[in-house]
Design a protein around this ligand. Structure first.
Ligand code: HEM
Length: 213
């Protein structure tokens, strides 16, 4: 079961990252969007490109950060890649997301949904970094799991949007709902997983290799 979930995370995260690179590096900006979103992206080119390419690094690197084998065999790689994940992916990607959330399509509910997600992404990333600098490995693990659950909002968003289209809900109504639905359940699943682990008596502590030099 654990392997199956892990395989799904790799496939979905890398799949959405590949989609983002294809759509934003090779197609004209906003080609796959409706006219309102396209106009918005064209008006904020730097913001959307910065967000998409920085955040994509989080989706590419994130799954590998959870590999116990990599952490044990190449702890330096885990540290380097973790710095890029947090600094570029979450840091740059999150600040650009916060900026873009103020222009998001879908009115105040969508704007607030994306802005809260961006703030939570930045906050959990900061807490994960601070924890590992203090050598608190278990705490680092909890915050980084929350943080990556939020990174996966990029995946869940792209699952829910076509589903809402198939269900016949108009895009203008579905988009603000999905702006919340794409991340709140992810966070709840992460909290549920922690509670389950604790109830089963499993150690929450990861490898010592995570601790700073
Ligand atoms: C988790 C924190 C994130 C937040 C708060 C966030 C926020 C946003 C916002 C506000 C927009 C503009 C939407 C609009 O104008 O209606 C957007 C678009 C976009 N974001 Fe993110 N995002 C996050 C994570 C990611 C990640 C990890 C990726 C990696 C692929 C990503 C890729 C994109 C893409 C490709 C778009 C353009 C819309 C599309 O093609 O569907 N985002 N994001």
């Amino acid at each position: 079961m654990k392997r199956f979930v892990s395989a799904c995370v790799y496939i979905l995260a890398l799949g959405v990252a590949a989609y983002a690179i294809w759509a934003y590096a090779f197609l004209p900006l906003g080609k796959l969007m409706g006219p309102e979103m396209r106009a918005n992206f064209l008006a904020h080119r730097i913001g959307i490109y910065t967000h998409v390419f920085a955040a994509t690094t989080a989706l590419i690197l994130g799954p590998f950060q959870f590999s116990g084998w990599l952490r044990r065999r190449h702890p330096w790689l885990h540290r380097m890649s973790g710095r890029v994940y947090l600094g570029v992916g979450v840091g740059v990607g999150g600040v650009a997301a916060l900026y873009m959330s103020t222009f998001a399509y879908g009115g105040p509910v969508a704007k607030l949904g994306f802005a809260t997600l961006a703030a939570a992404w930045l906050y959990t990333g900061f807490r994960a970094y601070r924890a590992i600098r203090a050598g608190a490995v278990a705490e680092h693990r909890r915050w980084i799991v929350r943080n990556f659950a939020l990174s996966l909002a990029a995946v869940t968003l792209r699952i829910y949007l076509p589903l809402s289209g198939l269900s016949g809900i108009p895009f203008a109504l579905a988009y603000p709902i999905v702006a919340w639905l794409c991340w709140v359940p992810n966070l709840l699943v992460a909290e549920w997983a922690f509670a389950r682990r604790t109830a089963l008596g499993a150690p929450v502590v990861a490898s010592k290799a995570l601790a700073p030099e």
